[in-house]
Ligand binder design. Structure first.
Ligand code: SF4
Ligand code: SF4
Ligand code: SF4
Length: 269
């Protein structure tokens, strides 16, 4: 069953408890960062699976803050999975996108092609890393760590269909409060995301892409590479089948029977 997490930005206070919970649960390293003229911190995904974007806008002389927690979006049309040459990236039974660390060779293709630029390269381990929507917790019936830590109800975890219904209700309520630009983000983008956002305004006001798409190179690579993978798979299966057949032919025949080559030799007597 597809799972999702609601990000209702009308309720986000940018406390970043989600960032801390994620670091703690995934045992990610502490990183030293500087002040770059914004409260947004960390400034990028190096050493982090998630970060809250701080976007400021001025409307009618009034400063507005827009906060949006970002991480791997768990795209249905996952560009990272399209380009991974080793099959390390797959869609899980929850509809999420996960990386098998044992299969990752650190080629960086997924990082170069990710639609949202959210994967980071771990130099020490020579592999790609990103949010897996807490696959380990979910597999054990638990709520992802960030959603568990959120105090305001901004993050809510559940079945994707239920989360979508909650998002639509929250958008309707926001519009009733005068937020005319309120909208759902993630329902159909990139085939549907695993994170469903309630935005107060257009995606650009949060620095989210308005019409995200997997890069053309990813689709091209998939079209080129997948058939090769299928051919390689078929070749392996054929090899296994022919090995088994060969072994069966060489196996000693039970007493009183004659098979394969043995039968040919018998026939020549
Ligand atoms: S956001 Fe990037 S890493 Fe996550 S599923 Fe989409 S393409 Fe893959
Ligand atoms: S870095 Fe790892 S996960 Fe990413 S494309 Fe290469 S092998 Fe696949
Ligand atoms: S779902 Fe888990 S891995 Fe993803 S951002 Fe939340 S805590 Fe981090």
């Amino acid at each position: 069953m597809a799972k999702a997490i609601l990000v209702d930005t009308t309720k986000c206070t940018a406390c970043r408890a989600c960032q801390v919970a994620c670091k703690q649960w995934n045992q990610l390293p502490a990183t030293v960062t500087g002040f770059g003229g914004t409260y947004e911190n960390p400034p990028d995904f190096r050493g982090s699976y998630t970060r809250v974007l701080f976007s400021e806008s001025v409307k009618d002389g009034e400063v507005r803050w827009n906060f949006a927690k970002t991480q791997c979006m768990h795209c249905t049309d996952a560009a990272c999975a399209m380009v991974c040459p080793t099959g390390a990236i797959r869609k899980s039974e929850f509809g999420t996108t996960v990386i098998d660390a044992a299969k990752c060779i650190g080629c960086n293709y997924c990082i170069a092609n990710c639609t949202f630029g959210v994967i980071y390269f771990d130099r020490a381990l020579n592999r790609a890393r990103k949010c897996d929507m807490c696959y380990d917790r979910m597999s054990n019936g638990k709520t992802p760590a960030c959603a568990k830590a959120c105090l305001t109800g901004c993050l809510q975890f559940g079945e994707r269909s239920e989360i979508l219904a909650k998002a639509q209700a929250a958008v309707a309520a926001a519009k009733n409060r005068g937020l005319a630009g309120a909208q759902v983000y993630g329902q159909t983008e990139v085939g549907g995301l695993g994170w469903i956002y309630v935005l107060k305004d257009a995606p650009a006001a949060y620095r989210l892409p308005a019409a995200p798409e997997p890069p053309v190179t990813a689709r091209f690579w998939q079209a080129l590479f997948q058939p090769a993978r299928i051919v390689a798979g078929l070749a392996i299966l054929f090899g296994l089948w022919s090995n088994r057949k060969h072994s069966a032919d060489l196996a000693p025949a039970p007493e009183g029977t004659a098979t394969g080559a043995g039968r040919a030799i018998s026939a020549g007597k």
